[in-house]
Write a protein of this length. Sequence first.
Length: 336
Amino acid sequence: MIRVGINGYGTIGKRVADAVSAQPDMSVVGVAKTRPNFEAEQARRRGYDLYPAIEDRLDQFADAGLETAGLVEDLVATADVVVDATPSGIGEQNKALYEEYDTPALFQGGESEDIVDVSFNARSNFDEAADADFVRVVSCNTTGLSRLVAPLEEEFGIEKVRATLVRRGGDPAQSGRGPINDILPNPVSLPSHHGPDVNTIFPDLDIDTLGLKVPATLMHMHSINVTLDSTPTADDVRETLAGESRLLLIDADLDIDGTGALKEYALDMGRPRGDLWENGIWSESITVEGSDLYLFQAIHQESDVVPENVDAIRAVLETSTAEESMATTDEALGLD
């Protein structure tokens, strides 16, 4: 059984913890929190041992009635691998801790690629993470783009990718984020960071990305144009994408007209927290003009990297092949 520590139990960390605990070959040995908030309380209710990340705040956990199992250093020493789900920039500060205890660690997409051995996407470069000390699971948007690019490249070849990313202003709980009543080029200069980030997975891919930020919280939306090396039909593309477990083709009959309805669909499917782990691709939007493919896809920023973190654990520890790991992860999560 792989012993997994989760450092950071917020939006991503709590989802990864639940996904890990659902796996047949993994267990959560504990989670680290900086303060005793509602997420720390829920971690204890779910049976996760709690490790304060800041020693000076140990008394705060006791005052809140939350039992602790030690400090974050104890968690790192106990774990076979740590998933660092702390805010952007904090992971880099934590790297020395993981090095001290010789514990491999997975970072999230907000960290710099310079601090890791490899950037990771399960569908695209699973084997490159074998026996790595530090791996970065790329961001939600890069994960979504990589999942789409991999089968298109394999089946049809790709000359160029152009993607416009319409990004949510903040997650539902991030009340301090914006914009409130605005549409922002983000960034104004081109390209956005997403294209270069995809190149950490596909170094030779010709990709241009630009981004907008809008007053929404539910998901990101990608407007995709891919110039292919061949000229498939739209049905050919649909058939290829339908064969990918982490790409969800949304049929027109479902009457899902946007991310709000898509989130409701995830809730109605019984997904925990209404999470959509897959790219949500509107099947009706898949259009091919000559060698140019067009489509719209929705990316649930709170959850699409969760299965990738699970797969990265097996990749780093070399306990499974890519196909075996993805199948195990998907089955455990109920990802049909």
